[in-house]
Design a protein. Structure first.
Ligand SMILES: Nc1ncnc2c1ncn2[C@@H]1O[C@H](COP(=O)(O)OP(=O)(O)OP(=O)(O)O)[C@@H](O)[C@H]1O
Ligand SMILES: [Mg+2]
Length: 263
């Protein structure tokens, strides 16, 4: 069996659907499966990975790499010790300072085109030369340039959506007008579901409904878990609570991604 390197953008139409939660927990789970994973914060509007990983070890930010002032090796931070066992986890952080957020939001088209070039130039060195199995990009919601760049540059887009009406409509539009336009392989996660999906037949019914609705493969259906909310994004949930149903669902998602990625 040949396992290929894969880059993944985690995106959504609306904010707060769970992109960061799944980016971190999928990365951690793939590492537990023995993989070498590089997780990047491409949400320059509201950087979030510093909350989980701290900024102390950062020599350079991803902003600096995209600005052309720093090599990617100086941006990557080894956080493998955060995972109980398995492979390796490296993280690239976005600068969370107010000044950096304002600076990134004022970039023009020309800069964004250069940033796309730099992002595209990352894939092969990360996956081939540095031997990473997965490159996961956590993005901003909607049609921000940085998110479109992330979508264009990756092999798979995971769209995290909810049953919120405007989210459903926006996600459908993006599927047709954005991901299809770029001929992107797309999977969908429906998150914060309020129905009981604990029985296999209900889950199967819902999976069929969602596939029919969006016409793309379903990576997972995730209930709203109070424990996940209560954690307030303070730790890597699947690491702290490996026997929680949420960790089981993320584990199944990681297995699906790995299966898709082997031949
Ligand atoms: N299945 C779930 N059950 C309960 N709470 C959840 C669930 N999924 C996400 N959350 C909570 O929803 C909030 C938003 O999640 P998260 O920050 O991952 O979203 P996001 O899409 O990255 O947001 P943004 O668009 O602002 O970047 C967090 O507090 C998270 O813990
Ligand atoms: Mg986020």
């Amino acid at each position: 069996m040949i396992v290929l390197g894969m880059s993944i953008a985690v995106h959504s139409y609306k904010g707060g659907t769970g992109k960061t939660l799944f980016s971190i927990n999928l990365a951690a789970t793939l590492v537990q499966h023995g993989k070498k994973v590089c997780l990047m914060d491409l949400d320059f509007r509201a950087p979030s990975l510093t909350t989980f990983f701290g900024a102390e070890k950062a020599e350079c930010w991803l902003n600096d790499y995209l600005n052309g002032t720093c090599k990617i090796e100086k941006v990557l931070i080894n956080h493998s010790q955060r995972i109980n066992e398995g492979g390796k986890l490296f993280v690239a952080l976005a600068n969370p300072s107010t000044e950096a957020i304002r600076d990134m939001s004022a970039k023009d088209r020309k800069w964004e085109m250069r940033a796309l070039g730099r992002l595209l130039a990352l894939r092969n060195p990360i996956l081939n030369d540095n031997g990473f199995d997965y490159l996961i990009l956590d993005t901003s919601p909607g049609l921000q340039y940085s998110s479109i760049n992330a979508i264009v540059s990756t092999d798979l887009v995971i769209v995290v959506t909810t049953f919120d009406k405007s989210d459903v409509e926006g996600t459908k539009r993006m599927l047709h007008e954005l991901y299809e336009l770029f001929e992107k392989k797309t999977n969908i996660i429906v998150n914060k579901v309020l129905y009981d999906v604990s029985s296999k037949s209900t889950e199967k019914d819902m999976q069929n409904k969602i596939t029919e609705m969006y016409q793309v493969p379903v990576l997972g259906i995730v209930p709203c878990f109070c424990d996940v909310s209560k954690a307030e994004g303070a730790f890597i949930f699947t690491q702290e609570k490996p026997s929680h149903p949420f960790a089981k669902i993320v584990d199944e998602m990681a297995n699906r991604i790995e299966k898709n990625n082997s031949m």
